[in-house]
Ligand binder design. Structure first.
Ligand code: NAD
Length: 266
């Protein structure tokens, strides 16, 4: 029996990077996938084709997660097609970097809108659907699962990225508060906090040899992560194997949060 057999997973930003990796991993475990994208239809098609190549089922929905009517329409389309939603992976996120003094209000706001308000809008629609449907024992012990994509920067401050780090710190408390509030309805809410994973969000770092070496100094486990590392953790967090895990952040970071600067006595 596959671990997510018959469940529907809606994954935001699944046209690239971690979202794509999670979509493939969940589809391999038997979930039918709503592949959300904002701009890259090509990327979404790539995710779809790969899922179909191993006999999985998926659909594509374009939506900007920071816009409520678009988010509502995305859930409606998914429910019309697959009957319900069992798992939400709120993965969509962006960076717009600048030093604090140079950061424009526009770039501050844009990152908050997508990384934080997007989580609110998607989780609200998901929770409403989970509560309407309730538990279906054949599929899962929970009425629904929400996985919020956070980052090690929910606890590691990050100069030059104050908008991004602020949103991830916000995701931490959003996730915990939501888990507390939705627990009585048997809805599980948890977060994944990746360290450095090879995707286009950070390709300027891992493609440059000098920058790559500098980055490895921050990773005790001495390798940059792959989207599959996050896919595996997401499958576990969405499956009943983690049924008693509630309101937690799982750091998938090769030890980046272990204060590697202190390895030589600080
Ligand atoms: P990515 O740029 O490949 O993926 C981001 C995805 O979000 C894209 O598919 C993009 O289309 C989508 N997106 C952006 N704006 C959107 C919007 N308004 N509506 C819907 N979708 C939108 O980068 P990634 O590394 O795969 O990032 C995915 C998530 O993982 C982000 O939340 C990011 O903060 C988080 N993360 C990544 C790393 C890493 O090292 N790659 C580390 C920690 C956290």
């Amino acid at each position: 029996m596959k671990r997510l057999q018959g469940q529907t997973a809606l994954i935001t930003g699944a046209s690239s990077g971690l979202g794509q990796g999670i979509a493939l991993a969940m589809a391999r475990e038997g979930a039918q996938i709503c592949i959300n994208y904002s701009h890259s239809q090509e990327g979404a098609e790539e995710t779809l084709q790969e899922i179909e190549s191993f006999g999985g089922k998926a659909m594509i929905v374009q939506a900007d997660v920071s816009k409520q009517p678009a988010v509502k329409a995305m859930f409606q389309k998914t429910i019309q097609t697959f009957g319900t939603v069992d798992i939400l992976v709120s993965n969509a996120g962006i960076q717009k970097d600048a030093s604090f003094l140079d950061m424009s209000l526009e770039d501050w706001q844009k990152v908050l809108d997508i990384n934080l308000t997007g989580q609110f809008l998607c989780a609200q629609e998901a929770a409403r659907e989970f509560m309407r449907r309730g538990i279906v024992k054949e599929r899962s012990q929970a009425a629904g699962k929400i996985i919020c994509m956070s980052s090690v920067h929910d606890i590691i401050p990050w100069a030059g990225h104050i908008n991004y780090a602020t949103t991830k710190g916000g995701v931490l408390m959003f996730m915990k508060t939501l888990a507390q509030e939705l627990s009585p309805y048997k809805i599980r809410v948890n977060a994944l906090s990746p360290g450095a994973i090879k995707t286009r969000i950070n390709e300027s770092v891992w493609k440059d040899e000098h920058e790559r070496k500098q980055l490895l100094k921050l990773i005790p486990y001495q390798r940059i992560g792959e989207p599959e590392d996050i896919g595996k953790a997401a499958v576990w967090l969405a499956s009943d194997e983690s049924d008693y895990v509630q309101g937690q952040t799982i750091y998938v970071d090769g030890g980046m949060t272990l204060y590697p600067g202190f390895v030589d006595n600080g």
